[in-house]
Design a protein around this ligand. Structure first.
Ligand code: WT7
Length: 665
């Protein structure tokens, strides 16, 4: 592999925040960057001081690479900071959570009500034998009870490990066994595209596979609860037949009847707050560990400044709590800031493909945080849908999960933001705990497709393969590897039970920096452009080309809705580019169109990036978090048997893809 990644796409449009936005922004002083850079520890201390500690730390940072301890000696409780302190300060009647179910049921909880309900759930957990230090697996629908269960765990010092409600029984068993979970909290079911997914039954299957450390399963009612059904439907008992006495406990029995009083456990700053499993591109999931004080400091600061969170905002992050985005930017960061937010249970096309826009209109959402894959789906569905709704409440838009291609950025800006709303493209990872590279919306002018600058105090830079900082003077022509040069409070503290893997994955590539695994370039203004996972960079005739740049050039063609690109083995070139392309409604696949799209990429990037193969397809295989599974596409393109497909959102996609590929080649 050659030393540098060449980069091709150029984007020169710049968007400044309005004078009005700047004037009112939480961060408006550009010197914030220099100040934080001059004294990063002091900067983070100023944020830690905004939290409520029962005992102050004696040492800000103990750093023995790769092990960090932040706010050493400090004591606090994350739930207290996210809930009780808002009640204490007189905001008890403010709405914390607006839970909209897929069938359309809406349930609001004020901060006082959250405090009572969280305390009841915490007491219920105690009643089934959970105490400080016991790990609780959580497999629940995306709704208020999920957030409140996470907070209840934090309240009593029991680390949670949330497992996304779309995962299989094997995934639950793997994770519960890996961390030694003592209980699983679940619900009878959840709604997804008008159908019930029976979560409790999936937990039963996991228990049958063997979860040796789990002795209790706590079950909330969701789909079987009177009043939560779509009108006219009966309320069946989804647990009938599979109930295991002694193991299974109804939340209705131990939580609903429990006291609304439950003291917050005093936790050490470095006590484990949660473990979250992230699959990475290969291998078994890694249990990423986050602790209490630093994590809460980082998520509180970034929420306030990146989302410009104000008391009167209505915030909506469309992620699921099963992902880190839901931990950091639904539960901990936003609730620590005392915000009002929407949580939505179901699919974006339930009861119509304009469901998101209806939710924004109905709840007057002012800040929306979503993912590029969702934005591209909405582009495919057409602008009439958002245009039919009142989106005037929106004032800020966010993006996370993968590089947002300029085409999608512009659509988001124009159609959803109506050219009024700054866009914050936020780069971070499960491992970083909080946002690391992002605009501050009142300070930084944005460029479509760039995550712009490191958050104040964050030591992000770009190294070449040999660990040299490639500097800002490269003008964006060479890319390299994104690294973080100094510790930050919300950083992972390790991989559960696997110290070697922790060192190996993140700290062995470079001697003096955290290796994020992403390619990046920096332009003459010092702006960062993320180029995708390093594993996703192709080597074509000696040129390193990022799959993301080719995908961006493809979707720039008016007929293309979405594209996935891989490098497939090629005798002469090393790798040849194969593109899987989804076309927009109103276009027909044809050889002419195929040639036209190939030429378009050649014009945008250069002939070397023109795909050899271009396969029209109805869909591409994605994980449930929206990441393209390139490994499977390579299997298809190189004519291999398919590897593991269990983490696919829709397993049917690959079969039809394979048929289309075989037909065309
Ligand atoms: C990987 C982390 C962070 C929460 C959701 C995903 C990619 C994430 C961006 C962005 C370019 C991005 C990176 C990163 N990524 N946000 N704004 N621009 N790439 O968490 O599952 O831990 O994935 O997502 O490749 O390494 P995750």
């Amino acid at each position: 592999m050659s030393d540098t990644i060449e980069t091709f796409l150029e984007e020169s449009r710049v968007f400044e925040p309005s004078a009005e936005f700047k004037a009112a922004a939480n961060a408006s002083d550009p010197n914030i960057y220099e100040k934080a850079e001059a004294d990063p520890e002091g900067w983070w201390v100023s944020w830690a001081e905004t939290l409520d500690w029962s005992q102050k730390w004696h040492t800000v940072l103990e750093w023995n690479q790769p092990f960090a301890k932040w706010f050493v000696g400090g004591k606090l409780n994350a739930c207290y900071n996210c809930v009780d302190r808002h009640v204490v300060s007189g905001k008890g009647d403010k709405i914390a959570l607006i839970g909209e179910g897929e069938p359309g049921d809406v349930r609001n909880f004020t901060y006082s009500q959250v405090k009572d309900r969280v305390s009841q759930i915490a007491n219920g957990l105690k009643a089934i034998g959970i105490g400080k230090g016991d790990i609780v697996a959580v497999y629940m629908p995306m709704g208020p009870e999920l957030a409140m269960t996470m907070l209840a765990c934090a309240r009593i010092g029991a680390p949670h490990t949330v497992i996304f409600g779309g995962f299989t029984a094997e995934s639950i068993a793997d994770r519960a066994n890996n961390c030694g979970a003592k209980a699983i909290v679940t619900s009878d079911g959840t709604w997804r595209r008008g159908k019930i997914v029976e979560l409790k039954r999936i937990v039963d299957e996991a228990m049958e596979l063997g979860c040796s450390t789990v002795d209790k399963v706590l079950v909330f009612d969701r789909v079987g609860k009177p009043g939560t059904m779509t009108s006219g439907m009966a309320t069946p008992d989804y647990n009938a037949g599979t109930w295991v006495d002694g193991r299974d406990v109804k939340a209705a029995d131990v939580c609903d009847t429990a006291s609304t009083d439950c003291p917050c456990e005093e936790m050490d700053a470095e006590d484990l707050l949660f473990i979250l499993y992230t699959s990475g591109s290969t291998g078994k999931p890694k249990g990423i560990m986050h602790t209490t004080g630093g994590y809460l400091t980082g998520t509180t600061a970034t929420t306030k400044l990146v989302f410009d969170m104000k008391d009167e905002d209505i915030y909506w992050c469309t992620a699921d709590c099963g992902w880190v985005t839901g931990h950091s930017y639904i539960v901990y960061g936003p609730m620590s800031n005392g915000c009002t937010q929407v949580m939505y249970e179901g699919a974006p096309d339930a009861q119509g493909k304009d469901r998101f826009w209806k939710i924004i209109e109905k709840h007057k959402v002012s800040i929306l945080y979503t993912a590029p894959t969702a934005i591209r789906t909405f582009m495919k569905w057409g602008e009439d849908l958002p245009n039919g709704c009142d989106l005037s409440s929106l004032r800020l838009l966010g993006s996370v999960g993968e590089p947002i291609n300029p085409e999608a950025w512009m659509w988001y800006h124009r159609v959803i933001g109506r050219e009024r709303c700054p866009i914050v493209d936020t780069w971070w990872q499960t491992e970083t705990g909080g946002i690391m590279v992002t605009p501050l919306p009142g300070i930084v002018s944005t460029k479509p497709g760039s995550a712009t600058r490191p958050f104040p105090g964050v030591g992000a830079t770009i190294y070449d393969e040999d660990g040299n900082d490639i500097g800002a003077d490269s003008d964006g022509e060479v890319g390299g590897l994104l690294v973080l040069k100094r510790p930050w409070p919300s950083m992972l503290r390790g991989i559960w039970g696997d110290e070697d893997r922790y060192r190996d994955v993140y700290w062995s590539k470079f001697s003096d920096a955290y290796f994020a695994g992403d390619g990046a370039k920096r332009d003459a203004d010092g702006f960062f452009w993320l180029l995708g996972r390093v594993d996703d960079i192709m080597l074509v005739s000696g040129h390193n080309i990022s799959t993301m740049e080719v995908e961006s050039a493809l979707v720039d063609h008016p007929a293309v809705a979405e594209a996935a690109v891989i490098g497939k083995q090629h005798e002469v070139k090393g790798q040849a580019i194969a593109a899987f392309v989804i076309i927009k409604q109103g276009f027909e696949p044809s050889d002419e169109l195929r040639q036209e799209i190939r030429m378009h990429v050649g014009q945008k990037i250069g002939p070397v990036a023109r795909p050899d193969d271009l396969i029209f397809t109805a869909d591409v295989p994605k994980t449930r978090s929206g990441k393209i599974m390139r490994r499977l596409l390579r299997d298809i393109a190189e004519g291999r048997l398919l590897g593991d497909t269990t983490t696919l959102a829709d397993p049917n996609v690959v079969a039809s893809l394979q048929a289309e590929h075989d037909k065309e080649s």
